[in-house]
Design a protein around this ligand. Sequence first.
Ligand code: SF4
Ligand code: SF4
Length: 290
Amino acid sequence: MKRLSIKKDSFAQAAIDELGWWRAHKFLFLRRTSQLSVFTLFAIGPWFGLWFLKGNLSSSELLGMIPLSDPLVSLQVLMTGHVPELSLLLGALIITLFYVIAGGRVFCSWVCPVNVITDCASWLRRQFNLPRTSEMPKNLRYYLLVMVLGLPLLTGITVWEWVNPVPLFYRAMLFGVGSGLWTLLAIFLLDLFISERAWCSHLCPTGALFALIGKLSPVKVSAVNAKNCDNCMDCFTVCPERQVLKPALKGKQMMITDSDCTQCGRCIDVCAQRVFQYQNRIALKAENKK
Ligand code: SF4
Ligand code: SF4
């Protein structure tokens, strides 16, 4: 039997040598801090009685006043034929507006806890040099999104919320409801052994809806120094949605406008040639008109 060998995670080595460890991991560190901070803000309520954010990622209240809710939950409730509570609708509107501006899949890379699990599977894949398996169709998540919204129409129940791994993670961690941990383990094993980035890049309907919400966001990653690219492929190795990189690097369009980009900033981190940057396309357009 062929033994698995641990491969040095060397894809970012050129960036570490060139820019130093911190600059080669900056956005990874900031993202983990953001994910942990959001979780902590929810956790200090049930754990220590400090109710800054009450609830979970599906529906919550900020400082006891401002409702925040997952737009996918509100849409599912609407599809059951029930009119959701005003606070749920208002909360969904606030969250939607935030991600229209910040970029929809910013939720995936900067907030969602499942992203930590899928990034971990991806990292292990690199370490053990696991073979790449066949790609799943990219549009699958959009078909699943239609199904998630269609099921309440047929059944009158928000079926997806029973198994949605995003709130399941929070329920398991905050309230010790352990049943959802099997779903999270299944996602980890799926990503690790069956298909690379299977869950977040191909299946998750929450990510699909946030990609649609963020289509017009002004914040984008841009290959500002594409001419400096030395084809080392480090950004392709680390990018969870590598199909979005090609048009920018091949000079078809400098800005990564594809809303599948999670704006994780890892391509910025690992590029020794400093090809990528965050940019504001509206500010840029205004500047170019001057
Ligand atoms: S795709 Fe889904 S599970 Fe993955 S990070 Fe985004 S919301 Fe979370
Ligand atoms: S293009 Fe860059 S910012 Fe976008 S998902 Fe890929 S690595 Fe992350």
